[in-house]
Design a protein around this ligand. Structure first.
Ligand SMILES: *[C@@H]1O[C@H](CO)[C@@H](O)[C@H](O)[C@H]1NC(C)=O
Ligand SMILES: *[C@@H]1O[C@H](CO)[C@@H](O)[C@H](O)[C@H]1NC(C)=O
Ligand SMILES: *[C@@H]1O[C@H](CO)[C@@H](O)[C@H](O)[C@H]1NC(C)=O
Ligand SMILES: *[C@@H]1O[C@H](CO)[C@@H](O)[C@H](O)[C@H]1NC(C)=O
Ligand SMILES: *[C@@H]1O[C@H](CO)[C@@H](O)[C@H](O)[C@H]1NC(C)=O
Ligand SMILES: *[C@@H]1O[C@H](CO)[C@@H](O)[C@H](O)[C@H]1NC(C)=O
Length: 432
């Protein structure tokens, strides 16, 4: 097997972060103009991530940023007792069995990701199956999963992609028994469901940085000041509840590329992208590294014997532009391997995730902690067809087939390719 670039580490290079910053500012114009709706499926408005441009046109990686392993680690460590199969190394193959649910059979799909209801005309994106090279990946067995998870509690903690995945998870399970919503906060960012016959609870916790962060936005969600991120303080929204959960899935990433002032021990450490201010620009990798490092320290020192899953961050697929300047994603089928490269910002995020996970994993076995990496990046990179695109809105071209529409090439259609993240999850936690 050829050595994939993501399997090796590379040098950190300051130049890259400067480049990152300039890319970042491109995303600033993007705003959502959604109003809060009282319906069961809320219109949420946190999607205005200043997303980096990460597309295949962005190939200008400085040469000294290329593969030069400073340290190496195993990304997908093999479980001694299981067969030698890396479930994250594979390809998408045609599959006549389509989605595990539809917009009609799941009532928990957020309107911006409900591509079926919004009138997405094609369906071929639903007819692919992730096929690991060395083994079969069974489809998610909701009945078996629920039986296994009787009396258990799950939490998904992270950003809007985490919520996207959570909704897929609730949808696949609700094909056996519909979930009851036990709790939601005013803006539906923190919620809790129960599968009553199984006494399984599933929570979603909004914590895009996983750490303490103050964000400042006006009523139109336009940032009015830089984010103040405390890299040494984990977000108590989740730490205070951590002891109540049996399975915790963390993920983060994209929010770290935003302009922010970094604090450590309540004093300013530096910043990322804060031009005009007299702070050292540290690059966002420092902040992400410190936060994930603290996260794993917290887990290692906790008395709670939960299973912890870290999901890697995912790429977006804007082509011919970005969020704010007309980027699109009109593909109908998966990309070929190598057709899309991970953009530089996503590479940086990934580098940090993998390095920190590897360190934590070395400690986990000593400390008797259960830690799993849900590495969805490789299989997501080749699914440019899986995003809502224009169909984040209800029939966007109904009135004018040439309408200029804001595309979403970052989140994922539901149903859609990310439903199979649950197949991987099942393999990791139930059949692993
Ligand atoms: C979302 O918001 C739009 C515009 O405010 C509204 O027309 C639509 O019905 C809302 N959808 C849901 C599911 O609340
Ligand atoms: C599901 O989508 C189809 C179009 O694909 C639409 O006809 C139907 O009304 C939608 N169902 C719901 C519950 O929105
Ligand atoms: C449901 O599960 C919780 C643990 O998550 C347990 O404390 C509780 O007793 C269970 N309830 C029933 C009715 O079994
Ligand atoms: C944090 O700041 C306090 C006082 O401001 C100081 O006493 C302490 O040593 C600092 N801790 C660290 C880890 O820097
Ligand atoms: C920037 O910070 C340095 C060192 O703290 C200080 O010497 C300098 O005067 C500051 N410049 C401005 C414009 O505040
Ligand atoms: C990008 O733009 C070029 C030139 O306008 C066009 O030929 C190409 O099809 C576009 N690609 C996508 C993916 O829209």
């Amino acid at each position: 097997m050829k050595q994939s670039w993501w399997r090796s580490a590379y040098n950190q290079n300051h130049l890259v972060f400067k480049l990152g910053i300039s890319i970042l500012f491109v995303g600033f114009g993007f705003r959502l103009l959604l109003t809060q709706s009282p319906s069961v499926i809320p219109n949420l408005s946190d999607n205005n991530i200043n997303t980096p441009v990460v597309d295949k046109n962005e190939k200008s990686i400085p040469s000294d940023f290329a593969e030069s392993p400073k340290y190496s680690y195993q990304i997908h460590p093999k479980d001694d007792k299981s067969e030698r199969c890396d479930i994250f190394d594979g390809e998408w193959i045609p599959n006549s069995v389509g989605a595990p649910y539809t917009n009609n059979s799941c009532r928990w799909i957020e309107s911006n990701q409900n591509c079926m209801t919004n009138g997405r005309p094609d369906a071929e994106y639903l007819y692919w199956r992730w096929s690991p090279k060395d083994c079969e990946l069974p489809r998610f067995d909701a009945k078996k999963f629920l039986e296994t998870m009787r009396d258990k509690s799950w939490a998904f903690i992270g950003d809007s992609i985490t919520r996207n995945h959570l909704q897929s998870f609730i949808c696949v399970l609700s094909q056996v028994e519909d979930a009851i919503e036990l709790f939601h906060d005013t803006d539906f960012k923190n919620r809790k469901w129960q599968f009553p016959s199984y006494n399984l609870t599933v929570s979603i916790i909004w914590s895009p940085f996983l750490a303490k962060a103050d964000t400042f936005e006006d009523i139109n969600h336009i940032p009015s000041a830089e984010i103040q991120l405390h890299v040494d303080v984990l977000d108590k929204t989740w730490t205070e509840q951590f002891h109540t959960w049996d399975y915790v899935l963390f993920s983060s990433g994209k929010w770290f590329v935003r302009t922010a002032i970094y604090y450590e021990n309540n004093t300013i450490l530096g910043c990322h992208g804060c031009q005009g201010k007299n702070h050292t620009d540290l690059g966002f990798n420092i902040a992400y590294q410190k936060v994930i490092n603290n996260l794993f320290d917290f887990i290692m020192n906790s008395h709670r014997k939960s299973m912890i899953i870290y999901r890697t961050s995912t790429p977006d697929h804007f082509e011919n532009g970005s969020w704010s300047n007309g980027g699109t994603c009109d593909r109908r089928v998966p990309a070929k391997e190598g057709e899309f490269e991970l953009g530089i910002l996503n590479k940086i995020l990934r580098e940090v995730e993998l390095a920190e996970f590897a360190k934590a994993e070395a400690q986990a076995s000593e400390k008797g902690k259960k830690l799993k990496l849900l590495d969805v990046m490789p299989l997501s990179l080749v699914r440019p067809d899986g995003h809502p695109g224009a169909y984040r809105y209800f029939y966007p071209f109904a009135k004018d087939k040439n309408a200029k529409v804001q595309y979403d090439c970052l989140h994922w259609c539901l149903p859609g390719p990310i439903d199979q993240w649950n197949d991987l999850l099942m393999k990791l936690v139930v059949d692993g």
